[in-house]
Design a protein around this ligand. Structure first.
Ligand code: ZN
Length: 455
């Protein structure tokens, strides 16, 4: 049965009643009709939302979650966390990458993400050697996507230097080493995997790890329309290094040197001055915000209020995967701003004053753009990616349509996502991923092996 009848569904123009949704064998929506009569044999449900986009992920870092929360002697910072991540990245195998990614994707699906952009920089073997198949590790992530049903945008990462001014890579960065030609070869090797559930773009790691000329070359060489993501201005130290090197702040420098447009997703973009806020908003590029990771790493707070006022586009990502829930990302995106500005209800526009609904739809719009895929809206021709909320949960008792997302995002910690359809396939039913047991067993095996080599 490739159909569902929703008593309430969030469509592009807002909540609608009695919506009949149908999709085809490829996983594309073929019919989205409001005020429909319920056909007899079609399953009926209460609240249906378009699935969320997770626009920034390093899947293997899922394995580090909760392991870096002990204070050291000096001030702990992003950079001390990164050292631990490097030690971990040095020993992980392709099989373990696949097992960890599958566990992560199942968790993300269960919490309401149906698309994920994998910013993939672990591309070489432990000693920096190229695998027999140069796209080996990216193909493992794709396999995890296929096994779990997650929609993916694979972003092989250009990583050539350790810092501004072409500093040579450190030994612990040798697994990441790539030049522009390597990335284009990996993009080409992955192209047979492209389809409704998978797109391939590319990502210069940062202006620290790639020169502006490399970034320009990669952007010009990548097939037209493919997404380009880059880490930028995550840390104050990065901004200071950029100014020292180029007399420009990172976002300022990137936008001065390249025509940054809708293809681009600037991940973090935490530290922006007013001019950068305006320029980034004008460009049509997406700001890729990762509130739980940015909080965990002590990065700082993105200037969301002025960015929204300037008409900027944004989406959310779980990055290091200290959380696998879009509820938590969007909640903390809003809460960070409330704490910063000492006021309530920050993320809204005059046209959409309902904070929960504004956040869900704005993050979907930006997130969908960052995927390069046909996702983010329940509309004909888009992917059949949707969430069915648990209409029997007390948090949704008596909810008016306009309240649903406020209750979903800002009340409690129960996961209200009951069923998830991704690419026309039911991947989560009754709150569980349909292949959860096998996925978790492989994940536990991989983690046991990793603990053994670290002892
Ligand atoms: Zn990242």
């Amino acid at each position: 049965m490739r159909a569902l009848f929703a008593r309430h569904a969030l469509l592009p123009d807002g909540w609608q009643r009695d919506v009949l949704l149908e999709w085809d064998a490829h996983g594309d929506l073929t019919r989205v009709q409001a005020q429909a009569a319920p056909p007899l044999a079609v399953p009926r449900t209460d609240y249906v939302l378009p699935g969320m986009v997770n626009l920034h992920s390093h899947a293997f870092q899922r394995a580090l979650g909760g392991l870096t929360e002990r204070a050291g002697d000096g001030p702990d910072s992003f950079w001390t966390w990164r050292d631990l991540m490097y030690r971990f990245a040095a020993r992980i195998t392709p099989e373990q990458i696949e097992a960890i990614a599958a566990q992560l994707f199942a968790e993300c699906l269960r919490h309401g993400y149906t698309s994920l952009c994998e910013f993939h920089y672990l591309q070489r073997g432990p000693n920096g050697e190229t695998y027999a198949r140069p796209a080996e590790t990216a193909e493992r992530v794709a396999a995890a996507g296929h096994a779990t049903g997650m929609g993916l945008t694979l972003l092989p990462v250009l990583y050539s230097h350790a810092g501004f001014g072409e500093q040579p890579l450190r030994p612990e960065q040798r697994r990441f080493r790539t030049g522009v030609d390597d990335i284009l070869a990996i993009v080409e090797a992955l192209s047979p995997l492209r389809g409704g559930q998978l797109e391939v773009g590319a990502a210069p790691h940062s202006l620290r790890a790639a020169t502006i000329d490399q970034v320009r070359e990669l952007a010009a060489s990548l097939p037209a329309g493919r997404p380009l993501h880059i880490h930028i201005a995550e840390q104050q130290a990065e901004v200071e290094q950029s100014i020292k090197f180029s007399s420009r702040r990172p976002v300022e420098y990137l936008m001065e040197q390249l025509s940054v447009d809708e293809r681009w997703c600037l991940v973090h973009a935490t530290h922006l001055n007013d001019e950068e806020v305006q320029a980034l908003a004008r460009s049509g590029a997406v700001a890729g915000l990762c509130p739980t990771t940015e909080a965990n790493l002590g990065d700082g707070l993105f200037p969301l209020q002025s960015f929204i006022a300037a008409g900027g586009r944004f989406g959310v990502g779980s990055d290091s995967h200290v959380s696998q829930s879009p509820v938590e990302e969007l909640r903390w995106l809003e809460y960070g701003q409330r704490l910063l500005h000492q006021r309530r209800n920050v993320a809204f526009t005059p046209a959409q004053r309902d904070v929960g609904q504004y956040l869900w739809q704005a993050a979907l719009r930006g997130g969908a753009q960052a995927t390069g895929r046909k996702v983010g809206l329940l509309a004909e021709g888009m992917r059949a990616d949707l969430l069915v909320l648990d209409g029997s949960h007390p948090n949704l008792d008596g909810a008016q349509d306009a309240d649903v997302l406020g209750r979903f995002l800002f009340c409690g910690n129960d996961n209200l996502v009951r069923d998830v359809l991704c690419g026309g396939r039911w991947v989560v039913q009754g709150g569980r991923h349909v292949a959860q047991d096998a996925i978790t067993q492989r994940y536990r095996q991989a983690m046991t092996q990793l603990r053994e080599v670290s002892q």
